[in-house]
Every structure is written in C-alpha cells, then in structure tokens.
Design a protein around this ligand. Sequence first.
Ligand code: GLU
Length: 299
Amino acid sequence: MTLGRFAPSPTGVLHLGNLRTALASWLSARAAGGRWLLRMEDVDGPRCRRELGEAQRRDLAALGLETDGSVVWQSDRGAVYREALERLHRAGRLYPCVCTRKDLQLLASAPHAEDGLRPYPGRCRDRAWEGFDRALRLNLPEGSVAWEDLLMGRQRDDPAALTGDPLLFRRDGCFAYHLAVVVDDGAQGVTEVVRGGDLRSVTATQLRLQEALGLARPAYAHLGLVVAPEGGRLGKRAGALGLEALTARGIPIPQILGWLGWSLGCLASPQACRADELVQAFDWARVPPGEVRVPEAWT
Ligand code: GLU
C-alpha cells in the first residue's frame, strides 16, 4: 500500500511551488489507492509557528487534498528523536561537535542548500563522547549512494561531498531536520517521498542515516521547482503566490488547481477543475521533470 506524505515547515505561507508538491504527492498516493499523511516539520525552533501550520492545513483542505489520520507535529516527538539518537550512539555512529554556534545554526536549520547548508569538514570527528549536552553529528561512511528517483531517474551522490557529517542534534536541545525527517518517514511507514528538487542534494545523506537506523527506504520523487515567469527563483514574490493572496486577486481555486494539474501532466491545458478530477490522469511518466514558470498574470 502506497503511503505518501506532505511535510511542510510551518514557517510561512505555502506558495505555488509547495502547493504543487502537495498536489503531486496527494495525486500519486490516491492514484495508487494509497493513503496520504500531513506532517508539520516544526523542529526548527522560533521560525516555526503553530498558526502558520494551521493556515497551511486550511489551504490544503481548500484545495481538496484530504489527509488520512491526524496531523503529526514534529515538536511533539522529541522523545522519539532522542531514542533514535541513543540507538545511533550505541552503534558508535555519533560524535560531539564543538564548532561555533553560528556555524551550527546555519547547518541545522536549513534543509535547503541555498539557505546555507554546506559540507561539514569533519573537524570534530575524533572527539571523545561527552554525552547529550553536546551538539552531535553522524559519522558518515565513505562512498556514494545511489537511488532511483521516480522523476529524475537514477541518481548517485557522495553525501560526504554534499553535506559532510550531518548535524543531528544541537546543544540547545533542538533536533535537526535530517534526523526528524528520516525517523518520522520510518516510524510512519512512509513508502513515497515527493518533495521539491531543492532537497535532492540532501537525499544521499538521509539515505545514509536511514541505513544507520535500519529503516526501510521509501521511493523518492524530486519535482522541478516553480520559478518566476522570466525564469529564476521566485524570491520575495513567493509570498504573493499563496492560495489566499491568489484568490484575493480574483484567481479562483479551480483555476489554480487546473494550472497545477496541467503543470503535472494531468491536463492538456490549464482548465479549471477539482483535485479529485486529476487523480485518474496522474502518472509519473507524464510529469515534466523540469522547472515550471508561474503565469505572468499571477505575479
Ligand atoms: N520540511 C521540508 C520543507 O519544508 C520538507 C522535507 C521533506 O519533504 O522531506 O522543505
């Protein structure tokens, strides 16, 4: 049984790119007769807010993307992440890291490369264990990792070159994105991870962490990003491309769904529709793998 999930961070409004990811993930699960979960990835301290998560949930419901089961909030799951860290420690896979707070914040808070993720050079690798009062990193084995991406085909990456040893725990008690995402996908039995192409580069690191925890590997699909009409990152314009802002500007939800469905290869042209009308036509083989440009009139 396919078990898909959408896992936004409640740090802002879901823009068209996020909504497209949510729709693709929902369509893939529903087309396979499977289930679909919503998980709020709110481990990232003060940037995450419950009310933003609630608003994201309302947007998904307004699109007709109904979820199965109750919403999981990662901030409620500290004990589970702690247990996973203890397991990794017993397996000799963790080491304390005393690099500066500023570096650690950059490395811990951002799943996206352009937000400051960069390979950790392994400076603290040989430090002796000092308990859970220290920041903790996973000791990555040498070598590359391969996986079959549902959209991008065969992928092969060297996680050491892309992220270095990932930070899993911050000294201030925060669990890092990599740990929470891998532990939860495993604990929830997720079989299919659909997410933005900006997270492709951290997949190999997460696969290594999955191996270290003995978790099953889900299928991955990394979608091309939604970009500005002239190409390039949406940047500040993303804020104006949320559901509320678009509908307030007179673009009704069925029209937004039609555009999203068309961009995912379900419709020949972007005509107004409901989400459930797209299920039958959804097929990964028809999803264009590249970037999608937002209609000029919507920006
Ligand atoms: N929480 C991450 C984000 O909002 C997504 C994680 C994932 O889908 O694996 O970018």
